[in-house]
Write a protein that binds this ligand. Structure first.
Ligand code: SF4
Length: 300
């Protein structure tokens, strides 16, 4: 595996715990951490999921993760490739691993020692928030110190689209309720939404309207938590933007399209670029009207 030339995630289906990839959302080299080298483990069953069926006779261990991460960071640095982030993603939902908190804490220490410029990212579908211990860990880890960047999936804002695009047994209303709690907890995070066609159909207009409303509501809850943090020593906040930390508490909304093959193709298909831009424009308009400062990014 040559650092800097990696374009797909296949190695993680060959038992890799650490897998360097070129990431469009990170804008460069992302070092993936896969907590499930032996099988996919996830509480969602997204039809666009890129994890192909596989079997690998490899088991996760903290020692292997730490040594492989150190080695990969050093190899990238030797090759002069800037590391954009170290990202927990892999073959499933990272918060479902019993190693999750230990692995994030260890990766944060390695990042601080070897690559302080790299972000530490966890991509999650949010179902871990239903577990109070995971909720609390994510909240604490998102703050200065570990400074974990949480990319929280929010593909749907209506139950009907959730059932089509995420196909989860986790009750939709319970999940949304915990995401609301998380937004109001003062934890900074990024919202990440896959916009694709399912069975050749784009999300209906009522889904788009509900999504814009829900994201705007989450931004407002987050903005209120910024006011709380400023009340305890920060110098000021406006529109959800914390002046002291120089960032919004909802760091960004990432709208992304289907760009890679999936085992269930063509059940899910890429949406036209205009659909992503249209959705982004609707959200920007709503956030603007509400006086909220949140970057809305589109990844086609
Ligand atoms: S949440 Fe991620 S890993 Fe889980 S099914 Fe969906 S795309 Fe796949």
């Amino acid at each position: 595996m040559t650092i800097g030339t990696i374009t797909n995630h296949r190695s993680r289906e060959e038992g890799a715990i650490i897998y360097p990839v070129h990431s469009r959302r990170s804008g460069g080299l992302s070092i993936g951490v896969n907590l499930f080298p032996d099988r996919k483990v996830c509480s969602f069953n997204c039809p666009y999921c890129e994890v192909f069926p596989f079997e690998a006779d490899v088991f996760f261990s903290m020692e292997t993760m730490k040594s492989a991460l150190c080695r990969t960071v050093q190899e990238a640095q030797k090759n002069g490739v800037p590391i954009k982030d170290i990202c927990f993603s892999g073959n499933g939902e990272p918060t479902m691993s019993p190693f999750f908190t230990e692995a994030v804490t260890a990766a944060a220490a390695i990042r601080s020692e070897l690559a302080p410029e790299a972000k530490l990212v966890a991509i999650t579908n949010g179902t871990g928030l239903l577990n109070q211990a995971v909720f609390q860990f994510l909240k604490t880890a998102s703050l200065p110190g570990i400074d974990l960047h949480i990319w929280l999936k929010l593909d749907a804002a209506t139950e009907a689209w959730y059932n089509a695009v995420d196909r989860s047994a986790v009750p939709f209303m319970e999940l949304v309720s915990r995401i609301r709690d998380f937004a109001g907890s003062g934890a900074p995070f990024t919202i990440q939404t896959m916009l694709c066609k399912i069975k050749s159909a784009l999300p209906p207009p009522e889904e788009s309207a509900a999504w814009v409303q829900l994201v705007t509501e989450l931004a407002a809850l987050s903005a209120a938590s910024v006011r709380d943090c400023c009340a305890v020593g920060h110098t000021g906040a406006t529109g959800g933007y914390c002046v002291t930390e120089n960032k919004p508490h909802i760091r960004a909304v990432q709208l992304y399209g289907k760009a890679r093959p999936a085992p269930e193709d063509p059940l899910a298909e890429a949406a036209p670029t205009e659909a992503l831009e249209e959705r982004a424009a609707l959200l920007r308009g709503a956030l603007d009207k509400a006086g909220m400062i949140v970057p809305v990014e589109v990844y086609k």
